[in-house]
Design a protein around this ligand. Structure first.
Ligand SMILES: [Zn+2]
Length: 288
């Protein structure tokens, strides 16, 4: 009897609490509306600066230059810069293109040659309250120097093909170079995370299509330009995230583009158009 009474009171209270939590949409601009716990420990250092933008409550994009520090990433078979320097120069070019039009705010996970663990990269984006996360990379295909063009990767536990799986394995390797980080918070509600992650993955796939549409006139893409794999860096549950392989350092033409200011500017311009179209579209669908 007593337990029956407790249940009579507790069940409506729990339902009310759940409603309040769901109503208390944790994010305003473009984020996923499911409330999640604060980012796990792991990135507790100082946060990178955010560039200003016009308008009220402009969205925030976090651009992540892949690799850095003790992790140089891929090295060009043709000599020249390691991937970590190419990605930083590309991220800076993307930020500058976005700052010039001033429609979105931008932060970089790194602006110098430092090592950041993969979980810390998206933890930075979560702590800043990012609406979109773009991790920038450049690939190599040692066995095929004809392979060229960009590829957009979004998160999936099941890789879309062997090449995507192998690439995710290579990129995830970076974490072996630093102390292990635990991103899993024991208090986290797994169902909420799963819901948010699925919504983020859908939005990331939408952005991948937009990036191809907007950047394709400026940047060559691979024939299969959207692939899926389990990249650790894309695992922020509540931020749509993509990994952009901007081209191949093992290909003469791509390497020349990736290592020249003019080539990087074209890639940055394609990214800027896609990011601005993404948020323009989201504001429209929200009814202003
Ligand atoms: Zn990489």
């Amino acid at each position: 009897m007593r337990w029956g009474r407790v249940a009579l009171i507790a069940i409506p209270l729990l339902a009310l609490a759940a409603l309040l939590v769901l109503a208390g949409r944790s994010r305003e601009a473009d984020g996923v509306s499911i409330p999640l716990p604060a980012p796990a420990a792991g990135a507790e250092g100082p946060l990178p600066p955010i560039t200003p933008a016009r308008g009220e409550n402009p969205p925030l994009v976090v651009i992540d230059a892949g690799h850095g520090g003790r992790d140089p990433g891929a090295s060009s078979a043709l000599g020249g810069e390691p991937e970590s320097r190419v990605t930083l120069a590309l991220a800076v070019a993307m930020r500058d293109a976005l700052v010039a039009t001033g429609r979105v705010r931008v932060a970089l996970t790194r602006s110098d040659d430092t090592y950041i663990a993969l979980e810390d990269r998206y933890a930075i984006a979560r702590r800043l309250g990012a609406d979109l996360f773009v991790s920038v990379h450049a690939d190599i295909a040692p066995a095929n120097d004809q392979a060229r063009g960009a590829t957009v990767y979004t998160l999936s536990e099941v890789a879309s093909d062997r090449e995507a799986a192998a690439l995710a394995e290579r990129e995830n390797e970076a974490n072996r170079l630093g102390p292990a980080r635990m991103s899993a918070d024991p208090n986290v509600n797994l169902i909420l995370i799963d819901l948010a992650q699925r919504e983020s993955m859908e939005r990331a796939a939408e952005f991948a299509r937009l990036l191809h549409r907007e950047a394709e006139p400026l940047v060559p893409f691979r024939p299969v330009w959207h692939r899926f794999a389990a990249f650790i860096v894309l695992k922020a549950p509540d931020i749509p995230s993509i990994l952009f392989e901007a081209g191949y350092l093992s290909n003469l033409q791509d390497a020349a583009d990736l290592q020249s200011p003019a080539g990087r500017q074209r890639i940055a311009e394609g990214m800027r158009r896609a990011i601005e179209a993404h948020f323009a579209r989201r504001f429209l669908t929200r009814g202003g």
